[in-house]
Write a protein that binds this ligand. Sequence first.
Ligand SMILES: Cc1cc2nc3c(=O)[nH]c(=O)nc-3n(C[C@H](O)[C@H](O)[C@H](O)COP(=O)(O)O)c2cc1C
Length: 161
Amino acid sequence: MPITGEMYRDIGRSAAGAVSVVAAYVGEETGVAALTVSSFVTLSFDPPLVMFAIQHAGASFRPIVESRRFGVSLLQASQKHLAERFATKGSGQRDLRDFVPGEALRVPLIADALAQVECSTHQLVMSGDHAIVVGLVEAARTRPGQPLLYFDRRYGSFAAI
Ligand SMILES: Cc1cc2nc3c(=O)[nH]c(=O)nc-3n(C[C@H](O)[C@H](O)[C@H](O)COP(=O)(O)O)c2cc1C
């Protein structure tokens, strides 16, 4: 390994990121697979693509990939409790009541999120112990508010300088 694990973790701690919840319904909308991510980014304007990275050993990997569609909710600063909830190990099933179905694709979204993005899966790239999931944005909504950010293992929000 070219660098130590500790150095790699230090890089991660130095990279501030917006916090999102990625989610997909399981089966006939009887359950939800969901996880907290800080790897969500917009990727392409035309066509409109977004992406995030997901650990393929995690419980939510398979149901999200098999669903072929997913919702991304960019959290508000006031939604830290949801980030913490979906960063705990799941069994592939989360509480349905934390989500509302999107109007376009009926993917699970978090109410009052700063942005809600409904995606169909466009591409899946296996990369190391993660996969990069590229989504085609089929519908989206944004609202004014403050983002939830993660930096140096702590949650915070944005302050302009
Ligand atoms: C702020 C934050 C950001 C995270 N970002 C990611 C990420 O981008 N990709 C990922 O696979 N896990 C990420 N995680 C870890 C997952 O949320 C965590 O492993 C979760 O338990 C996975 O759910 P699962 O067990 O249902 O798959 C992050 C955790 C935190 C606290």
